[in-house]
Ligand binder design. Structure first.
Ligand SMILES: Nc1ncnc2c1ncn2[C@@H]1O[C@H](COP(=O)(O)OP(=O)(O)OP(=O)(O)O)[C@@H](O)[C@H]1O
Ligand SMILES: [Mg+2]
Length: 293
């Protein structure tokens, strides 16, 4: 049995036995457009809908989310892979009991794991699947291999874009890179656009129509529209206080907009069967598929 087959077998047996989390991957073409804020506030909203939520910070660059939540996790993913820590030890608890896992340097190290470490990592992800209903992955921005691989391995992707021209062209560039990747399967990924820092709700929809039109025409791809988060000084204030805006200012325009987006996602997710979904274990198995071939 080769390594790929072994991994598929682990996945098959575990899928029959275990609970799988719904994985929502948040990404963008350009940096600084609001991914981490969307991820954290969506997590809070899902938690308020009674879901067990874990945020997975896959952005190895800056410890964005930790700062936003005002928490300081003692360990990250690489402590599980290389230093024998338990999964429970790398999950920190943020406000309203949302879980948080820092990929830390572990994300960079994914590229050079050996077969045993990969198997261990997939098993770790099964543990995460068992304790979470929803896992929200915050990726780094842009078109690096690690972001592309993470996105290509996810079945539900939120693409955050602002009306800034550079954000629109970079979002297009990201989609183009996905489309041309040999691992891209149209029916395996749903891309849902979220506008951010728009002046009005109409501006969010216009942004979607603009981007979706060129994406359809030149890439023959389709995106859904989830909604938009308006530019909101309360969000900036909340960031300064190291609190998610949904916690610090729950009635602010941005918190309300994210609540509405979470409601749409929650409705989409209702009645979903786990059969065709893969959970975090599936995402990580897929991430290593190119190396298994
Ligand atoms: N809706 C909004 N209204 C006002 N300011 C916003 C809004 N969304 C984001 N910002 C501002 O943009 C900054 C960047 O947001 P955030 O950190 O969520 O972006 P990001 O895409 O995760 O960035 P990176 O690519 O660096 O990880 C925030 O600190 C905040 O000041
Ligand atoms: Mg970020």
């Amino acid at each position: 049995m080769d390594q790929a087959e072994q991994l598929r077998n682990i996945v098959k047996t575990q899928n029959r036995q275990r609970h799988l989390a719904r994985v929502i991957t948040v990404t963008s073409g350009k940096g600084g457009v609001g991914k981490s804020n969307v991820a954290v506030n969506l997590a809070l909203q899902f938690s308020r809908f009674g879901k067990r939520v874990v945020i997975f910070d896959a952005d190895f660059g800056l410890a964005n989310i930790e700062v936003m939540l005002g928490i300081r996790p003692a360990y990250n993913l690489s402590d599980v892979i290389f230093r024998g820590k338990k999964v429970s030890e790398v999950i920190s608890r943020g406000p309203e009991n949302i879980g948080f896992v820092s990929g830390g340097s572990g994300i960079r190290e994914l590229a050079r794991l050996d077969a045993d470490q990969i198997r261990m990592l997939v098993n770790i992800m099964y543990e995460l699947d068992n304790i979470a209903d929803v896992v929200i992955i915050d990726t780094g921005a842009g078109i690096s291999d690690s972001v592309i691989n993470m996105v290509l391995s996810s079945s539900e992707v939120l693409l955050v874009a602002t009306p800034e021209p550079a954000s629109i062209t970079d979002a297009y560039a990201l989609l183009k890179t996905l489309k041309w990747n040999k691992e891209y399967r149209e029916d395996a990924i749903k891309i849902k656009m979220v506008g951010n820092r728009t002046q009005t709700f109409e501006e969010g929809r216009e942004l979607y129509i603009k981007l979706n039109t060129v994406v359809k025409k030149f890439l023959n791809m389709e995106m859904e529209y989830l909604g938009t988060v308006p530019f909101d000084r309360f969000l900036t204030k909340a960031v300064m206080r190291q609190q998610p805006v949904s916690l610090a200012f729950p009635n602010s325009p941005s918190a309300r907009a994210i609540h509405d987006i979470a409601s749409v996602l929650n409705r989409d997710g209702a009645g979903r069967t786990t059969a065709r979904e893969s959970g975090m274990a599936g995402v990580f198995t897929k991430m290593f598929r190119t190396r298994q071939k």
